[in-house]
Design a protein around this ligand. Structure first.
Ligand code: ATP
Ligand code: MG
Length: 415
């Protein structure tokens, strides 16, 4: 085992990256609150069955990407690969199914054993929303509009395109599935090995294949639109019309299927060409069968999840935090006083960095390195007079200031 390296597919979020992540999360949380979504946090690991059946045994996630382990008590548990199943589990465990509609926002780490590359990690982070208990298309429209609003608030809406499709109701889906099996069975020799397996288990997923040969076949595959029954067609028309009325632009993508088994009707992705191959920043759709599949009542659901790493790469650098004030004690009495003075200044909302050791030159170098706005030099003689020396790094001015006027003077300097 290579020592002192992060595990493959994981990464440290150093302060600059952490600031980008925080900006994504806080923006999303604020926008979700405007729609009445409340934050929820579910455990990072669950019993394996919470994910295995809902997501689908034959999906990439369950068949090869899950971090499963047996814990010391012999329980089969899994690090969550996504959070929809966990949220639904929480709704059922907490007996919330009578209080619909339920609207949840979440953010946190997810885990998938994937081949790491740009924008693809084994531990990654998602924000997401789930709206449960609303079978009407208004729910799809609002959830998508919220995704769009977040992208606008992050300043990246013009680099991202909404792709929209419908998977229809279960009857339409069955009819389409049959058509796909007919089409691909006649061309089975041209299919990738993975897709030959998908042909038997879940042919829809072939449309999602990243294999170039599969993609050639996909471009000629039957269009779902031709197999939608009236109810499914009507539902999709109402979602599309609603988005039109809100001015949310989209492109119909008949090949868009979501990776998970539980989707019905609306499927969508917000995609960008600015991130190379990993271009999907938000993916979601309607999952009306999921709650029942997990042992609850029949209950509609629609939601999406977004990759924070991918969004964080797209946004402009967030505003820098306020520059600190460097407090530089010189001498024993000053050292003794400095901690308390730093606390007093922080009480006034000032950012204070205390130089802990070293001579004055060394502490001033540190002040420079951390980009301090100003330094407060606290010498024993000045302290005896109840004063300190204030050096303004922007203007270069230096002057003596009474300690009881210090906080006001520093505040007046600005950031
Ligand atoms: P992909 O086709 O890129 O594998 P997916 O369909 O597996 O995506 P979802 O399960 O829909 O992805 O997850 C929603 C979003 O989470 C994705 O659109 C992406 O932004 C992000 N995401 C998914 N997997 C990863 C990962 N391994 N690393 C980083 N971000 C990810
Ligand atoms: Mg994936």
């Amino acid at each position: 085992m290579p020592a002192l390296q992060p595990a493959r597919g994981t990464q440290d979020l150093l302060p600059e990256a952490a600031r980008r992540h925080r900006r994504v999360i806080e923006t999303a949380r604020d926008m979700a609150a405007l729609y009445g979504f409340a934050e929820i946090a579910t455990p990072i690991f669950e019993f394996t069955e919470v994910f295995a059946r809902p997501i689908g045994e034959h999906t990439d996630i369950v068949s090869k990407e899950m971090y499963n382990f047996t814990d010391r008590g012999g329980e089969e548990v899994t690090l969550r690969p996504e959070n929809t199943a966990g949220v639904v589990r929480a709704v059922l465990s907490n007996g919330l199914t009578q209080s619909t509609p339920l609207k949840f926002f979440y953010s946190g780490p997810m885990f998938r054993y994937e081949r790491p590359q740009k924008g693809r990690f084994r531990q990654f982070h998602q924000i997401g929303v789930e709206l449960l208990g609303v079978p009407q298309p208004q729910a799809d429209i609002e959830v998508i509009a919220l995704g769009q609003r977040i992208l606008v608030a992050l300043g990246i809406a013009d680099r991202v395109t909404l792709e929209l499709n419908t998977l229809g109701d279960p009857a339409s889906r069955a009819a389409y599935r049959e058509a796909l099996v007919g089409y691909f069975s006649a061309r089975v020799s041209e299919l990738s090995e993975d897709s030959r397996r998908r042909l038997e288990r879940n042919p829809l997923r072939i449309l999602d294949s990243k294999d170039p040969g599969d993609q050639r076949l996909n471009s000629e595959a039957p269009d779902f639109a031709a197999y939608l029954n009236d109810a499914s067609r009507d539902f999709f028309a109402r979602v599309s019309d609603g988005l039109d009325r809100l001015g949310v632009a989209y492109r119909r993508n008949p090949r868009l299927v979501r990776g998970l088994d539980y989707y019905t009707h609306t499927a969508f992705e917000f995609v960008t060409t600015d991130l190379g191959a990993q271009g999907t920043v938000i993916g979601g759709g309607r999952y009306d069968g999921l709650v029942e599949l997990m042992g609850g009542p029949a209950m509609a659901g629609v939601g999406w999840a977004a990759g924070i790493e991918r969004l964080a790469l797209l946004i402009a650098e967030p505003p820098a935090p306020a520059r600190p004030i460097a407090l530089v004690p010189i001498g024993e009495a000053a050292e003794a006083r400095a901690l308390a003075l730093a606390e007093q200044l922080r009480d006034q909302g000032l950012v204070v960095d205390l130089g802990y050791s070293g001579n004055i030159a060394r502490r001033m170098r540190r002040a420079d390195r951390i980009g301090a706005r100003a330094a407060v030099l606290l010498g024993d003689d000045e302290l005896a007079r109840g004063a300190a020396t204030l050096r303004d790094f922007d203007s270069g001015d230096q002057s003596e200031v009474a300690l009881d006027a210090l906080a006001a003077r520093l505040t007046a300097l600005g950031r």
